[in-house]
Design a protein around this ligand. Structure first.
Ligand code: KIV
Ligand code: ZN
Length: 397
């Protein structure tokens, strides 16, 4: 039977950490409601101790949402946990996400501490969080570079203390997919009581492997993926929600599914981009402006004959209007004929042969030939009947 993978969206917390992405409370509520519509299972609404504004946003999001779990971040610090618990008072399904750095470099340089003391802080933080809410998620920051044996030990102790979700972040985006997958498998096989907890991935994209690492984690037993819309997040960002969801949909034989409504992926991406003022790169997988745009003649010809030759996803499935054939100097005759047809002109082979070299001359001077340029080109070819026929819808010249 297929396995449901929980989608934990951290656009409003890790995503909002991007310089210049600051969102106000009403924007955060609008985004949270859209994420709820999208079908996200858990929404990390913020880090309440960080500012009064963030505290307020977590409270308001808790009030506004009915279905998803609302999660608040805290360090393994008493005051953080108390404030997270207070901010979550309005939430129907509250979760505290608490944790601490577990790699040697974090223990030694960030905390000037020892593994034993870090273990003790982790256990105390989980116990304290558990005194406020039923659901406690523990994060082992920099788990990607943490020794597996120590990681397994700390996971075991926090499960005993009440954590029901274990977040294994590749905080610095360092791991290779096999290495990250192996880490998750190691925890599955070596942590007593692991069946009582859900393992979560949280992968950063410093080497462009965030989605691949999350997938490796799931294949090896993780049941929750932490991600953001458009892959927003610290430095190079987090796993992009739209990518991991579409990987599961495209590779159904893997046996994973999510509750995400794919047709809302692009509209959600546009909303986040607008609110955060962060443009989405044109070649971004799934939601980029060029994700379904075809510009080389060979690809255009194939696509016109059969969409599946060059598209593995139909644009409508993810809420994009449709594929586009971009006319450039690399386009061939079939793309030119197709685009002329789209604006109402059905060209004979003879006319196409005459028009094509003229089109190429124009295209060599312009980056892209738009519909209005196409009309100009058609007119300059001096087909006597053109102007008349233009007023009658679908034309033949
Ligand atoms: O990347 C990370 O380790 C984090 C934790 C705070 C969960 O964002
Ligand atoms: Zn992170």
């Amino acid at each position: 039977m297929d396995k449901k993978i929980e989608i934990f969206d951290t656009t409003l917390r890790d995503g909002e950490q991007v310089p210049g992405c600051k969102l106000n409370t009403s924007e955060k509520i609008e985004i949270a409601l859209q994420l709820e519509l999208l079908g996200v299972d858990i929404i990390e609404a913020g880090f309440p101790v960080s500012s009064p504004g963030d505290f307020q946003s977590v409270m308001e999001i808790g009030k506004a949402l009915s279905t998803p779990v609302v999660c608040a971040l805290s360090r393994a610090v008493k005051k953080d946990i108390e404030i997270a618990a207070q901010a979550l008072k309005t939430a129907r399904r509250p979760r505290i996400h608490t944790g601490i750095g577990t790699s040697d470099v974090h223990i030694r340089y960030k905390f000037n501490s020892t593994p034993e003391k870090i273990m003790e802080r982790a256990v105390q933080a989980v116990k304290y969080a558990k005194s406020f809410v039923e659901e406690v998620e523990f994060y082992a920051e920099d788990a990607g570079r943490t020794d597996n044996e120590f990681l397994a030990h700390i996971c075991q102790e926090v499960i005993k203390s009440g954590a029901s979700v274990l977040n294994i972040p590749d905080t610095t985006g360092y791991c290779l997919p096999e290495e990250y997958g192996e880490k998750i498998r190691y925890l599955k096989e070596n942590v007593d009581g692991i069946h009582k907890a859900v393992i979560s991935t949280h992968c950063h994209n410093d080497l462009g492997m965030a989605s691949a690492n999350s997938l490796a984690g799931v294949i090896n037993g993780a049941q929750q993926v932490e991600c953001t819309i458009n892959g927003l997040g610290e430095r190079a960002g987090n796993t992009a929600l739209e990518e991991i969801v579409m990987i599961f949909r495209q590779h159904r034989s893997l046996g994973f599914y999510t509750a995400i409504k794919p047709e809302l992926l692009c509209p959600t991406s546009w909303l986040i981009s607008e609110c955060t003022k962060m443009p989405v790169q044109a070649n971004k997988a799934i939601v980029g402006a060029n994700a379904f745009a075809h510009s080389s003649g060979i690809h255009q010809d194939g696509l016109i004959k059969k969409r599946e030759t060059y598209e593995i996803i139909s644009p409508e499935e993810v809420g994009m209007k449709g594929s586009s054939i971009i006319l450039t100097a690399r386009s061939g005759r079939s793309a030119l004929a197709y685009r002329c047809q789209k604006i109402g002109y059905s060209l004979s082979k003879k006319h196409l042969d005459t028009l094509y070299p003229i089109f190429l001359e124009y295209a060599d001077q312009k980056k892209e030939i738009l519909d209005k340029d196409l009309i100009t080109i058609l007119k300059t070819t001096n087909f006597a009947s053109l102007t008349n026929l233009q007023t009658h819808g679908k034309q033949s010249i």
